[in-house]
Ligand binder design. Structure first.
Ligand SMILES: C[S@@+](CC[C@H](N)C(=O)[O-])C[C@H]1O[C@@H](n2cnc3c(N)ncnc32)[C@H](O)[C@@H]1O
Length: 499
């Protein structure tokens, strides 16, 4: 791979005001896109780990499932994606950047000089600054780091797309300002979600901190973003008070507010912005040793709500791979990236497990469909211009003999049948444990047939003249159709022995 080969990728200006500023703040108008290190590409279609080289021509449009896993600094990987057809293609970005330690977000670069004052290619800060977390923080490089990634991420979002940034309360105020600036405030900001979890209390002279903050912004400002409404259980009281209906305040065309009956309460109440979700505890099958692992349920909820099946999901701080796992399980395509090799290994291991489970499920499904097919009887329809005869049955026998590998019953559909044909079938079935013949005779079969031939009413009538009038007496009426129908339903008119 020739690292000097690059393309310049243009980045649009940030959107909103007011802005947060810091020492060394600089916008990102272009980035250099180099070939990125794609570690693995997963295809659910072939249920295999694909040749990594093959993806560029096909992704993202021609792939219906699967994903791409990159190892490297996400600034490079995002620039690479922008230069390779992914601009405007991502429906949901979830990021959970490091927010407490600087060591792991430091960019690993090749320096041309040897001492700590050498400037890094394309960056303002020095090697010394890069490896000293305190210096980095003092120089506000964390903010610059996040600012650049957010600007690149915005370019990858589709018009219906969303970005969710996961952070804690130490950095949330800074990151919210950055998001306002890059994504636009007001109409682009949708929610601050609080993820509430329980853990062992710590010895601190303040209240126990047991929540994280997630900021959700949309690319569009006109509510055209994807949002699948989620519900949570209604309380018993709501269910009994409102008897199944809900009153919601809605704005009408003239700008006034009215209460309207909307969804059924049985769906539950529309989900709140505070989510209590358990962390992946050590006994959970999803638990990894990755220290900052987030619960599958948390990310799954975001993916379910903010994207649809087949959409592309991106996480460029993927850690233990929770976003890729969740997307893969929920039938979305995904892109994952991390700078840390251990993270890539953990993610790949988890993905292999999910892909194998899915492959197994697909195989089992196919197997059961095959069994179902085998249990479906072979159906032979005899032309309705004649009743079933032994000649038809001889032809059928030849047909069965041509398919010795098939083990399934045969259903004959006919209109009328000769007595000899019935005897033929009884004789044939007597000797066979499998491939038995069943007959559906449409005129008499109660389940499938039972249609009747309509014949005119027959009546016995006497007519007498009385002065200048005619007296018509109906002595008896007989409807062959009604009699047929009654016979079919209850056998009322059949001799007792035939019922
Ligand atoms: C808080 S963890 C993400 C945890 C993840 N959400 C999970 O459920 O496991 C942050 C991750 O960002 C990665 N990271 C930090 N700086 C990065 C960079 N410049 N490029 C790519 N990944 C980076 C770290 O290696 C770490 O794995």
């Amino acid at each position: 791979m020739d690292d000097n080969k690059h393309r310049n990728v243009k980045i649009r200006k940030a959107k909103g005001r007011p802005m947060l500023t810091w020492v060394g703040k600089r916008p990102l108008s272009t980035v250099k896109a180099y070939p990125a290190q794609l570690v693995e590409s997963f295809s659910a279609a072939t249920r295999a780990f694909e040749n990594c080289e093959a993806y560029q021509s096909d992704w993202p449009d021609k792939f219906e499932a699967g994903g791409l896993l990159f190892h490297g600094d996400n600034k490079d990987v995002l620039a690479h994606l922008l230069a390779n057809g992914f601009r405007g293609k991502v429906k949901l970005i979830y990021i959970d950047p490091p927010f407490d330690s600087g060591a792991d977000y430091v960019r690993k670069v090749q320096l041309r000089g040897t001492n700590g004052t050498t400037k890094v290619d394309g960056e303002e800060y020095t090697l010394g600054e890069q490896i000293q977390y305190e210096d980095i923080w003092a120089n506000d490089n964390y903010l610059q780091f996040m600012y650049e990634r957010l600007m690149l991420l915005r370019e990858l979002l589709s018009n219906e797309g969303s970005i969710v940034l996961h952070c804690d309360n130490k950095r949330s105020h800074f990151l919210r300002m950055l998001l306002d600036e890059v994504m636009g405030s007001e109409k682009h900001f949708k929610n601050e979600l609080i993820w509430f979890y329980r853990r062992w209390p710590t010895n601190t002279p303040s209240f126990q901190s047991m929540h994280d903050n997630l900021f959700w912004y949309t690319k569009s400002n006109d509510n055209s973003h994807t949002f699948n409404k989620l519900y949570e259980q209604s309380s018993e009281r709501t269910l009994s008070d409102y008897g199944g209906k809900r009153l919601t305040t809605v704005e009408t065309e003239d700008g006034s507010f009215v209460k309207r009956e909307t969804e059924e309460v049985s769906l539950g109440v529309p989900m709140r912005d505070v989510w209590e979700i358990r962390r992946e505890h050590t006994r959970s099958s999803e638990h990894t040793d990755y220290p900052t692992q987030k619960p599958l349920e948390l990310i799954g909820r975001l993916i379910t709500s903010l994207s649809n099946e087949g959409d592309l999901i991106l996480d460029c701080f993927v850690g233990s791979g929770t976003t890729c796992i969740s997307a893969q399980k929920l039938g979305r395509r995904w892109i994952g990236c991390d700078i840390n090799k251990g993270a890539i290994q953990t993610t790949a291991k988890r993905l292999h497990k999910v892909m194998l489970e899915q492959a197994k499920a697909i195989d089992e499904d196919r197997q059961s469909k095959l069994v179902e097919d085998e249990n479906t009887p072979l159906v032979k329809i005899i032309p309705f211009n004649h009743p079933l005869s032994p000649l038809d049955l001889d032809d059928l026998r030849k047909e069965i003999e041509r398919r010795p590998e098939e083990e399934r019953d045969i259903t004959i559909v006919c209109l009328g049948l000769e007595l000899k044909a019935r005897a033929w079938v009884e004789d044939y079935n007597r000797t066979r444990p499998i491939n038995k013949i069943n007959i559906i005779e449409l005129r008499s079969d109660r389940k499938y047939g039972g249609f009747i031939k309509h014949e005119p009413l027959v009546a016995s009538v006497s007519i007498k003249r009385h002065k200048n009038k005619l007296k018509v007496t109906i002595n008896d009426v007989y409807s062959p159709s009604i009699v047929q129908r009654l016979n079919m339903d209850d056998g009322l008119f059949l001799p007792r022995s035939n019922r």
